[in-house]
Design a protein around this ligand. Structure first.
Ligand code: CA
Length: 229
């Protein structure tokens, strides 16, 4: 089974150019010129990856991201941002994107990022490991996560982060290590993506994400999983 990529981009030349490169790489491409069309095609084709432009006619890429993430927790979402403002990137990530690329981008870089997130996801899917502590349970076979028996839906990247943290309770994990393990060794984005994902993760699992007690910040280093068995 090939990897299905939904590409939502209203600019014909960028869409065609990206498509040619992804097809050459062996991906199956489903293309949409608008957010509405993208959502519709996602329902029909159930893609593994969505590449979303932000500025679209009708509903924008952020909105598409939110809808797709709600419907398909396991889909890998990469945002294409035309602007360089960090606020755009962060807004996209908080709505559930796994990664972003700033336009103009090199299709090679997009391919690397897709592969790197998928590699993590696929490797872990073969793993039947269950990690548990007094509050949380992570089941890597079904890729599900529970807090006090209640399931919390996590994105592929969030699951990879949680796995790394729970495997190393009490240990300070650096941002570099997180990027290596949760995004893949060839990840070339910036470290800010780690903090944004952590913020999103905390809002899902902490009782009070402004005073986190499970995912603790280690100043100048990274993060630590505080919950012991
Ligand atoms: Ca556009």
């Amino acid at each position: 089974m090939g990897v299905k990529v939904l590409l939502v981009e209203d600019e014909d030349n960028i869409r065609q150019f990206t498509k040619i490169n992804l097809v050459r790489e062996g991906f199956e491409i489903i293309e949409a010129e608008s957010g509405e069309k993208g959502v519709e095609l996602a329902e029909k084709h159930n893609p593994d990856v969505a590449v979303l432009d932000i500025m679209l006619p009708g509903i924008d890429g952020f909105e598409v991201c939110k809808i797709l993430r709600r419907k398909y927790p396991n889909i890998v979402i990469i945002m294409l941002t035309a602007k360089t403002q960090d606020t755009d990137k962060i807004e996209g990530l908080e709505r559930g994107a796994d990664d972003y690329l700033t336009k103009p981008f090199n299709p090679r870089e997009l391919i690397l990022r897709i592969k790197s997130v998928l590699r993590r996801t696929n490797t872990e899917a073969e793993n039947d490991q269950i990690i548990q502590d007094s509050t949380f349970k992570l089941d890597m076979y079904s890729r599900s996560f529970y807090k006090n028996g209640k399931e919390i839906t996590l994105t592929p990247t969030e699951l990879n982060i949680i796995k790394l943290l729970m495997e190393n309770p009490g240990k300070a994990i650096t941002r570099d290590e997180l990027m290596d393990k949760a995004w893949g060794k060839d990840f070339i984005g910036d470290a800010k993506i780690v903090d944004v994902n952590m913020r999103r993760l905390r809002s899902k699992i902490e009782e009070d994400s402004t005073h986190p007690k499970y995912i603790v910040t280690v100043w100048g280093v990274g993060y630590r999983w505080e919950n012991r068995k």
